[in-house]
Design a protein around this ligand. Structure first.
Ligand code: NAP
Length: 324
């Protein structure tokens, strides 16, 4: 079968389409004939070599989120899964393939009205956003800022914050056009990447936020910490701009009297059952039209290099999805 592997860390051209034998599910695993494969910021981080220290090696197959039909099951897995359309989580790799192995415990059945592409757009990003907002203890009426709102996680955070009754939902994004699209998804204030409003909006922009969901981190993180209201909570759910400056905690201490909190959040700390339940809820909400899966583009698996070039160029709004 076809798979996309890292031949050389660095740019997208280091990815190669290779032929590998069909995998066989071990005990507790299933084999999924993939219809759709999510492509996101974490794949870019692994491909670039930024996280090579965590043990990723040449030959690594990218991708963690797939949707398709269960083709076979390993020992101990209910054979009733065979033939079912599912969403599955392969982990930090193994997704950019025609047939993927996933632990059976990660499977979420696809509602009949949900496409595989929409499932991989909602599934993983949606639960990061859901648990991130919960980690931030968002309560109705509070003001939220989603930093890095145009990506898969950010778009879900905007929609979920609005749905949970946030008083305002500000976003950072690189263009007014993206801002307009984010407004349609629930954003109330559009800021540039530095956190400033443009034109008339400059005066209207909230001075502070009760909750910041941050997908970006990087050198500018302290300037966003400074935008927390007293008792405000910032939850970092990603780091697409790299780690923050080592001394960023000094900014928390400098504003001691504001009682601000900073936390990281990873879905790794949630139980599999909790993750499955949230993903299933997100699928149901999408079926009711309460959430929108924003698919930037569908590309054949063989065009993974192009998908990564588009991500690197900053062209992607929402999720880019590989299909078979
Ligand atoms: N917490 C978890 O459990 C979990 C799980 C999976 C992934 N992650 C993490 O989530 C991140 C990827 O999320 P994603 O796929 O939603 O992100 P993404 O699509 O790669 O990027 C999000 C948005 O951030 C903006 N952005 C990019 N670079 C920026 C920069 N240098 N400065 C300011 N803004 C920038 C871009 O929008 P504009 O151009 O419009 O500004 C982009 O669309 C990764 O760090 C990954 O490790 C976390």
């Amino acid at each position: 079968m076809k798979a996309v592997a890292i031949r050389a860390f660095g740019g997208p051209e280091g990815l190669a389409v290779i032929e590998i034998p069909d995998p066989v599910p071990a005990a507790g695993q299933v084999l999924i004939a993939t219809e759709a494969i999510g492509v996101g910021g974490v794949d870019v981080m692994i491909r670039s070599g930024a996280v090579a220290a965590y043990g990723f090696e040449k030959g690594h197959i990218l991708g963690g989120e797939v949707a398709g039909t269960v083709a076979a099951v390993g020992d101990g897995v209910d054979t009733a899964w065979v033939g079912q359309r599912v969403w599955g989580f392969t982990g930090l790799g193994g997704g950019y393939v025609e047939r993927a192995i996933a632990p059976a415990e990660t499977l979420v059945p696809l509602p009949a009205d949900l496409s595989a592409a929409d499932a991989v757009t909602l599934g993983s990003c949606g639960r990061v956003a859901h648990f991130g907002l919960r980690h931030a203890h968002l309560t109705p009426g509070e003001s939220v800022l989603v930093r890095g709102a145009s990506g898969g996680i950010g778009i879900m955070a905007v929609q979920l914050a609005a749905r949970q009754g946030a008083g305002t939902v500000a976003v950072t994004t690189s263009s007014p056009e993206r801002g307009d699209r984010l407004r349609k998804l629930g954003a109330t204030h559009v800021l540039d990447r530095a956190g400033e409003g443009r034109g008339d909006e400059a005066q209207d922009a909230p001075a502070g936020h009760d909750v910041i969901i941050d997908v970006v981190a990087g050198p500018d993180l302290p300037s966003f910490l400074a935008r927390l209201n007293p008792n405000g909570r910032m939850v970092a759910v990603g780091a697409v701009a790299g780690p923050p400056p080592a001394d960023f905690a000094a900014h928390l201490f400098a504003a001691f009297q504001k009682s601000m909190s900073f936390a990281t959040f990873s879905t790794d700390t949630m139980t599999e059952a909790a993750r499955r339940a949230v993903t299933a809820e997100l699928f149901t909400a999408a079926g009711r039209g309460e959430l929108h899966a924003v698919v930037h583009e569908l590309l054949p698996l063989e065009q993974a290099v192009l998908a990564h070039q588009k991500l690197d160029a900053g062209e992607v709004f929402g999720r880019i999805v590989l299909v078979n």
